[in-house]
Ligand binder design. Structure first.
Ligand SMILES: C[S@@+](CC[C@H](N)C(=O)[O-])C[C@H]1O[C@@H](n2cnc3c(N)ncnc32)[C@H](O)[C@@H]1O
Length: 244
């Protein structure tokens, strides 16, 4: 059997936001590898082996997937959203660096990332220049997060903030909100989008003055507007031209 490896994005949650390309790879796979809640999104079937693992073992998971593909298995490593956005595709290449070149096919299959699903649900808050910042300090120091937030605000980027708040570091997001208030002022719009595209989806847009840390959790992506972002009806949008 010829093995292959695909790193696939399952999208933000809804089944109809999984791309046909990813569905086809899942249908052909012999093995599914990934973080426990993401593997749980793949329907079991006879002959399909599921390999769920805990958070923070991305490199081990990538190495195990490479070994399986080398042994002839058809392996899909699953991520939520897009696999290249704060997810498993980079971990795979990290595992490949310095290793002998694989003699099997490797593909990265894109998915709909949380910020784009959230932006669509809200309207078009990312309609002009924007950036994405992961607020988790697992893999980088908090000082770097603060610096990037400040510089993005000074450059008037809209921002999508991933991993905004976990139980283990609740103070980080409060600090991020303080920095944004300092740099952007109290009237800037900020949207909290939770569990987008699932039955638990919740959207809430407020000003920075009204924003509280407990409005976000680890199932939320937070979108901060730029200086021109505004409301139209119940929607939020950012004009395509820069503010004068
Ligand atoms: C480890 S990152 C993975 C991001 C993923 N690769 C993507 O492209 O969306 C997990 C973070 O993505 C965001 N996220 C993932 N799915 C989401 C959803 N359905 N609604 C809101 N935020 C989501 C949250 O900020 C969560 O803490």
């Amino acid at each position: 059997m010829t093995g292959w490896l695909a790193v696939a994005g399952l999208g933000p949650g809804a089944d109809d936001l999984v791309t046909p390309e990813v569905q086809a790879a899942l249908a052909e796979a012999t093995d599914i590898v990934g973080y426990i809640p993401y593997v749980a999104r793949v329907a079991p079937r006879p002959g399909l082996r599921l390999h769920p693992s805990d958070n923070r073992v991305e490199l081990d998971r990538a190495r195990a997937a490479l070994d399986m593909a080398a042994a002839g298995r058809r392996v899909v490593v699953v991520s939520s959203g897009d696999p290249g956005v704060f997810a498993m595709a980079s971990a795979l290449f990290e595992a490949l660096e310095g290793a002998p070149p694989p003699d099997f096919d490797i593909r990265i299959l894109p998915g709909i990332t949380a910020m784009l699903a959230a932006a669509a649900a809200l309207g078009a808050p990312l309609g002009h220049d924007f950036c994405a910042i992961n607020l988790s300090d697992n893999l980088k120091p908090w000082a770097l997060i603060e610096q990037r937030l400040r510089l993005a605000a000074k450059a008037d980027f809209a921002m999508a903030l991933y991993n905004p708040r976990s139980k283990s570091r609740p103070e980080g997001f409060a600090r991020a909100l303080d920095i944004l208030r300092e740099e952007c002022g109290p009237d800037r719009l900020i949207s909290f989008a939770r569990a987008v595209s699932t039955p638990e989806q919740a959207l809430n847009t407020v000003t920075l003055a009204e924003a509280r840390p407990d409005m976000a959790d680890m199932r939320s992506v937070v979108i901060v507007g730029n200086s021109a972002t505004r409301r139209v009806g119940h929607w939020v949008y950012t004009p395509r031209s820069a503010a004068p």
